[in-house]
Ligand binder design. Structure first.
Ligand SMILES: Nc1ncnc2c1ncn2[C@@H]1O[C@H](COP(=O)(O)OP(=O)(O)OP(=O)(O)O)[C@@H](O)[C@H]1O
Ligand SMILES: [Mg+2]
Length: 498
């Protein structure tokens, strides 16, 4: 079913392409307006319901947007977006749509809280009226008027006229709004020559914090010692301009300057400012923290490589074959761990792209193949990014299993039994339930009576312990013509770490 909202939008965009974008831009920027007028804002758009039921074809109004002020309390606790209203209920809105002028008046309030005040501003785009931006407030809960309130309301009136003239929202103003300073952060008003005529208490405090103590009113931003051309730039482009200004190395102010226009003339500007020093400092700290973590991983990797070279040197000086093999194995295991740190030293964050590690492990295993057969290793599926603390045990486990397949699966069989081409399949699975790895070879299969639970040999003992204690997973090993090893690590492990 087409909702009134969709219909209304279709209606609006039927005026001219770009009309919907105009309404969207208005709503992306209207926090500012709600804050300046201390009131709720609603955006009404006319539409005609389709079909031939009762009332179809008759014009209605639908609320396509709503925003609450952060500078005052809201009148509407409920969400009104999508609400459909008969045109007869909102004569002021209809009047603004018809005349193209701002209409102000009272409206009876259903909630019984006395009368509400409405100010209905026609939203003009390319000569057409698309809808009515309606400010709703109640005189009974309005803020007491002080100097600040007067200035903000006057600013609101200037923006309202711009909405009615079709120059606000600004064309192509695509600033991500979440970065924009808000009215509560600090407001300054400048005249058409760039002189400050008003600074809100928060703006003054922000300037004090960065050491600007001279008289603000009557001065310009550059005369205050701020190295910025936001005002001039927004005057010359007639568009909002955003700039970050650094004072000393530890203070950063974010400025957003919106030119104020009346009948095509620049009459001044609204400058919003926010002290973003804390945010920037945190950004910088995070950057250095990331760099430090990467550096540590880099050093760990280097140390592991040194250890593995030491073992290699030592193995060369030993004659007993068993001892030599033991040292060679230890060296290989350490290299499997080094691979993880190598990758962690390149990637910031606590997730590791495991597929890169798999690639390195497969390469290592194939290089260690001294048997007569060439072994084809095929990799299927992927784990994607996995938590760093899982990467080290898992890569040792996969390294061991690959090594076993290459070392034990393809020993020569009986004389008249030709061996099929040797292959190992590594299959990865990562879904909602967890991580799965299978290592399958088409070799001779496991020795008679083999049981992973009772094996005392080092390689598989390491595998068994890592899977159970570090990964909190399960392992099975069966003979299915070759050897099939299956590891499952559920996502919600007892420890809950992943
Ligand atoms: N893929 C396989 N195919 C055939 N036999 C296997 C396979 N994997 C393991 N085995 C058997 O299980 C035994 C135990 O393996 P395990 O890895 O624990 O020890 P290992 O490889 O002999 O020595 P290491 O401690 O150096 O790994 C192996 O000696 C081998 O007989
Ligand atoms: Mg082994």
């Amino acid at each position: 079913m087409t909702s009134p909202l969709d219909l209304a939008y279709r209606n609006a965009s039927a005026f001219e392409p770009g009309a919907r974008r105009h309404l969207d831009r208005l709503m992306a920027n209207w926090n500012l307006l709600a804050d300046l007028c201390f009131s709720d804002l609603l955006l009404y758009v006319p539409y005609r319901p389709l079909g031939d039921g009762p009332g179809s074809g008759e014009e209605r109004l639908v609320v396509i947007g709503q925003v609450r002020p952060t500078t005052s309390q809201t009148l509407f606790e409920i969400d009104l977006v999508g609400e459909v209203v008969a045109t007869s209920e909102l004569p002021l809105v209809m009047e603004s749509l018809r005349t193209g002028a701002i209409s102000v008046g009272e409206q009876r309030n259903d909630t019984g809280e006395g009368h509400l005040r409405l100010e209905c501003i026609p939203v003009r785009y390319s000569g057409q009226i698309l809808g009515s931006l309606t400010r709703v407030w109640s005189p009974s809960i309005a803020r007491r008027r002080g100097a600040l309130e007067r200035v903000y309301l006057e600013l609101f009136e200037r923006f309202s006229s711009m909405v009615a003239e079709g120059v606000f929202p600004f064309p192509d103003d695509e600033l991500p709004v979440e970065h924009s300073p808000r009215v509560g952060d600090g407001v300054m008003v400048v005249d058409e020559r760039g002189r400050i005529t008003f600074a809100s208490p928060n703006a003054v405090s922000a300037l004090h914090r960065i050491g600007i103590m001279s008289a603000i009113n009557g001065s310009t931003l550059s005369a205050l010692g701020l190295d910025t051309t936001v005002v001039q730039d927004s005057f010359s482009t007639r568009l909002p301009v955003v700039e970050e200004v650094e004072r000393r190395s530890d203070v950063t102010l974010l400025f957003r300057c919106l030119p104020l226009l009346a009948r095509g003339e620049i009459t001044g500007a609204l400058v919003l400012l926010r002290d973003v020093s804390d945010v920037r400092r945190r950004d910088r700290l995070l950057l250095t923290k990331d760099a430090t973590i990467r550096e540590v991983h880099h050093r760990v990797k280097n140390n592991l490589q040194t250890i593995s070279s030491l073992l290699r040197l030592q193995a060369r000086r030993i004659d007993a074959p068993a001892a030599r093999t033991a040292l060679a194995e230890a060296e290989r295991r350490i290299r499997a761990i080094a691979v993880v740190h190598e990758i962690l030293s390149r990637e910031a964050g606590d997730q590791v792209p495991f597929d890169e590690i798999v690639h390195a492990l497969v390469k290592m295993a194939r290089e260690s193949n001294v048997g007569p057969h060439d072994v084809a290793v095929r990799v299927e599926g992927e784990l994607g990014d996995i938590p760093a603390e899982m990467a080290t045990p898992l890569s040792v486990v996969i390294g061991e299993l690959l090594q076993n397949a290459i070392e034990h699966a393809f020993v020569p069989r009986g004389r008249d039994e030709p061996a099929p081409p040797a292959r190992v399949d590594l299959v990865f699975r990562h879904d909602a339930e967890g991580y799965g790895v299978t290592v399958q070879d088409n070799g001779v299969g496991l020795p008679l009576g083999f049981d992973i639970e009772s094996t005392r040999s080092l390689g598989l003992s390491i595998v068994r312990d890592l899977v159970r204690t570090q990964l909190n997973g399960t392992i099975t090993m069966v003979d299915d013509g070759g050897t099939l090893v299956r590891i499952d690590v559920p996502v919600h492990r007892a420890g809950g770490a992943y």
